[in-house]
Design a protein around this ligand. Sequence first.
Ligand SMILES: Nc1nc2c(c(=O)[nH]1)N[C@H]1C(S)=C(S)[C@@H](COP(=O)(O)O)O[C@H]1N2
Ligand SMILES: [Mo]
Length: 282
Amino acid sequence: MMKRSKRERLLQQQLENQPPRRRFLRLGLAAVGATILSACDRLSANSKFVGALESAQNLSRAAQKLVTGRVAMAQEFTPADIRASFRSNGTIMPNSEQYDAMLKNNFADWKLEVAGLVEKPMQFSLAELRQLPSRTQITRHDCVEGWSAIGKWKGVPLHHILALVKPLPEAQYVLFRCADPMDEEDDDAGQQAKKEVKDSTYYESIDMDDAYHPQTILAYDLNDTALPVRNGAPLRVRVERQLGYKHAKYLMKIELVKDFEHIRGGKGGYWEDEGYDWYAGI
Ligand SMILES: Nc1nc2c(c(=O)[nH]1)N[C@H]1C(S)=C(S)[C@@H](COP(=O)(O)O)O[C@H]1N2
Ligand SMILES: [Mo]
């Protein structure tokens, strides 16, 4: 499990490894900020000004939509581009008794729960998901730690699931809840007690634009075999226009929400609560 210092190092790496377009936007905004500041450095004490800086990531999100359009597709590759084995990162084996039990049973009792702001909450077994229409795509995964890997993913497009559960008009985001706790090893009683009160499982969220995107799938196969544990068995998100940390592994529950202000750290994802940008478009 990650220690605090590792997280800080990752965050630093993320800042250094931002894709060029986003770095450009950020530099552009910083330049505007610098101009205003040199004109009147009291502005920094002005909350409106700070608010404007905080909306930098909304700016980059809006700018990307302008540049690439709503339905821009992530690049797809050919079978010759696939690596022999897909690297894994973050959790490689969830530290959870519940997960261990499901794994022992080859996920026969695992179910994906879909709930929240929907007309018809539903649950899907792995067999049921495999019966639904599927999409196969060979794409490149880009992690903020500075590596990428090309893999072939097969799964159910999220829009099929949404069509079944029927999101209510107020649903703005799709939240993914995962099986893996992210807190430190719990080998003493104190840690065990802490675990009971605090949910530290990995989670993520995307907006409806990415949720309905044709390449956003819930993947159960990687390179023509069932998803390995280290890559998120039995089901993980592929949201191909976003950086690696948005691709939630070990998926347990999907929740449609209006906002995530009151969920966990309030930033819409495990790494977002640690300081990463919510919008990780590439
Ligand atoms: N549940 C869960 N999902 C996760 C993570 C994790 O630690 N737990 N790590 C994220 C990060 S940072 C990356 S780069 C990818 C890694 O996916 P891989 O293990 O298939 O390479 O998963 C993402 N999804
Ligand atoms: Mo990552």
